[in-house]
Design a binder for this molecule. Structure first.
Ligand SMILES: *Cc1c(COP(=O)(O)O)cnc(C)c1O
Length: 237
């Protein structure tokens, strides 16, 4: 299957899941995760109509980011998402190149982002990463740490908090991830209720290839799809 067919198949499944949650597909952003593929794979995805691209490491993103930037007159101009855990010493590479960061999980990182954004005179949109499942291997704040974190972000005026992000544990049965997604949505709903009009933490970045339909049913507004949509090295051979 080529990228066109994979995109069609994903869109059909996304639409059905959106309907089950009483929403329309246009409420849900597809972030095509290009980390497994070459420059060619990323360019093909862009040309097929994937408008938002995600990468989890700058080293891996760099050749693709630079190629697409060099050819910005011929290629669609993507929205770039940084979805992987971010070391503070990589912040200068990411700010100004990526529109969204999905992995804000500590104040020291927020400080580094703020400083770099000031330097470049721009603002950066961030999701707060939450470790809902409590797995040791997962990054992210504990759910109970999110409110104090948001309070501590008051002076970081270059960072726009747009939502919450989580990664569910890998399950063979996607259905088993549902409580993780439901819990993140509940936290978002509480924050919106407490924050009133001023609350910007509205979006939910959750759902990957194996569990995106369950995530959408539970309210995801950004799904991050690699294997099932953009494919892997094997698909390129
Ligand atoms: C790799 C990655 C994805 C996409 O994974 P697939 O299972 O291939 O869809 C999504 N989110 C994050 C944070 C990732 O690192």
């Amino acid at each position: 299957m080529g990228i066109q067919d994979r995109l069609k198949a994903v869109q059909a499944r996304l639409e059905a899941a959106a309907q089950r949650s009483g929403r329309t597909a246009s409420d849900i952003h597809i972030v095509g995760v290009t980390k497994y593929v070459s420059i060619t794979g990323a360019v093909e995805a862009l040309n097929a109509g994937v408008t938002e691209l995600g990468e989890n490491r700058w080293q891996v993103a760099k050749p693709k980011w630079e190629y697409i930037d060099e050819h910005k007159l011929e290629l669609p101009n993507p929205t770039w998402h940084f979805i992987g855990s971010l070391q503070s010493n990589k912040v200068k590479e990411v700010v100004g190149r990526f529109d969204y960061i999905h992995s804000l999980d500590r104040l020291s990182l927020a400080d580094a982002l703020q400083k770099q954004a000031e330097k470049q005179d721009l603002t950066i949109k961030c999701f707060i990463q939450v470790n809902v499942s409590g797995e040791q291997s997962k990054h992210g704040l504990k759910p109970e740490e999110v409110r104090p974190f948001i309070a501590a972000m008051k002076n970081h005026d270059r960072i726009q908090l747009v939502g919450l992000m989580t990664m569910a544990p890998f399950e063979l049965e996607a259905e088993e991830t549902r409580p993780v997604f439901a819990k993140l949505r509940q936290l978002r709903d509480e924050l919106v209720q407490e924050g009133g009009e001023g609350c910007t933490v509205k979006e939910l970045s959750m759902g990957m290839s194996n569990d995106f339909e369950v995530a959408i049913e539970e309210g995801a507004t950004y799904v991050r799809l690699g294997t099932i949509l953009i494919g892997t090295k094997e698909d390129e051979e």
